[in-house]
Write a protein that binds this ligand. Structure first.
Ligand SMILES: [Zn+2]
Length: 245
């Protein structure tokens, strides 16, 4: 199995580490980097990204990733997990959904190397992270003062995506069309199967949403054969509500 190259970093099979991936500087000339956690098993297998805070004020996903990678019993037996807890790191600092240039990062994909601040971050995230991945789970919340029931949004017309959406194991699954400029649209073009998890509200940690999300991520990893059975709990069958939109 080859070394995984992200930016100037090379991560070998069996290695687990955090890297700081440089992204566009602030207009004050201050350097900014994306924290990226990479966990690689010695055995080859699928590569999956888990991302949060593409909208900087959506905090539950940050906590889901923090708990996941700090879990002592969390071990990957095959493949690679790439966890990016704060894709819009600028928005997290400003407690804002948006980028400092007032753009919505989730409408700026695929972006470009010499584009706007948001476009550059989108470009780096797509080319350094998503390009390596067979699968992805993007973690979101509802808006400010609007708490969403834990739900998966996915392209249910795609058989494997549908299967993963069901495996995730939350009560609501929305069949959701791809939005222009979204991370999901670019991921699909890259043939990365992607689920979007949305739970709770912006600027709040919600225990129920965090636990449901964590369990869902573990269910998917187990289904893909990347973890041992003990780390994930059995999913309940026949508990999903399908909504067509
Ligand atoms: Zn969001």
């Amino acid at each position: 199995m080859d070394k995984l190259r992200i930016g100037d970093f090379e991560i070998a099979p069996g290695e687990q580490r955090k890297i700081d991936l440089p992204v566009a500087k602030l207009y004050t000339d201050a350097s900014v980097s994306l924290p990226v956690h990479i966990i690689r098993a010695k055995k080859p297998g699928p590569t999956i990204f888990i991302s949060a805070a593409v909208h900087g004020d959506e905090l539950n996903g940050i906590e889901i990733i923090r708990r996941l990678i700090n879990q002592k019993k969390f071990k990957i037996t095959t493949g690679t997990v790439i966890a990016v807890p704060m894709v819009n790191v600028y928005g997290v600092v400003n407690q804002s959904r948006y980028m400092p240039d007032r753009r919505d990062l989730n409408r700026c994909f695929p972006g470009s190397a010499k584009g706007s601040l948001a476009g550059r971050v989108a470009h780096i995230f797509l080319n350094e992270i998503v390009k390596h991945c067979d699968y992805g789970i993007d973690l979101h919340t509802g808006a400010i003062h609007r708490s969403n029931l834990p739900q998966i949004r996915a392209d249910m017309a795609d058989e494997e995506t549908k299967e993963l959406a069901e495996v995730f194991g939350v009560p609501v699954i929305l069949n959701s069309n791809l939005v222009d400029g979204s991370l999901r649209e670019s991921a699909v073009k890259n043939e990365t199967k992607i689920l979007l998890y949305e739970a709770g509200e912006a600027l709040r940690f919600d225990e129920f949403s965090i636990r449901a999300g964590m369990k869902g991520v573990l269910n998917v990893l187990q289904h893909l054969g990347m973890t041992r059975k003990a780390t994930a709990t059995k999913r309940k069958k026949n508990c999903s509500i399908y909504c067509q939109r």
